[in-house]
Write a protein that binds this ligand. Structure first.
Ligand code: ZN
Length: 141
């Protein structure tokens, strides 16, 4: 079921009407079966619902903003854990990861750093565990 806001072009009456589908509305309109229940005019048309759509979009954005904030909060917690418990190897991440893997080096700490997507892909192909997480720049530093 679809609810359309209809307007009578003759008396300017606005009213809601239910249709099984947008096709049914078109059918009724083409067969001139749509008429204003006040003045009986057949000049009845669907009104544009743009303002309502706009509101819906804004609402969705608010929700997304909220989600982004939640995700950022989680990421920051994750980052804090990593910086406290892992060794920062910076741009040498791929090199360090390989060194640990191939030399069977047992590091007390895990490592973290930056690597390109390709580097991470290569590491994974070599059987080296590497996870990518989005990293937030700390604006306070
Ligand atoms: Zn009317």
């Amino acid at each position: 079921m679809i609810k359309y806001k209809l307007i009578c072009k003759n008396c300017n009456l606005l009213f809601d009407s239910w249709f099984a589908s947008s096709k049914e509305y078109e059918n009724l309109k083409n067969k001139k079966l749509l008429n204003c229940h006040v003045c009986n005019s057949k000049k009845v048309e669907k009104t544009l619902m743009a303002p309502k759509l706009l509101r819906t979009n804004n609402h969705r954005n608010d929700k997304n903003n909220f989600k982004v904030k939640e995700i950022n909060k989680k990421l920051k917690e994750y980052q804090k854990f990593i910086t406290n418990n892992f060794e920062n190897v910076g741009k040498n991440f791929a090199y360090e990861a390989r060194t640990i893997h191939y030399n069977n080096k047992k590091k007390y700490k895990g490592i973290y750093g930056t690597a390109s997507k390709e580097e991470v892909k290569e590491l994974r192909e070599e059987g080296i565990e590497a996870e990518m997480i989005p990293w937030l720049e700390n604006k306070n530093n």
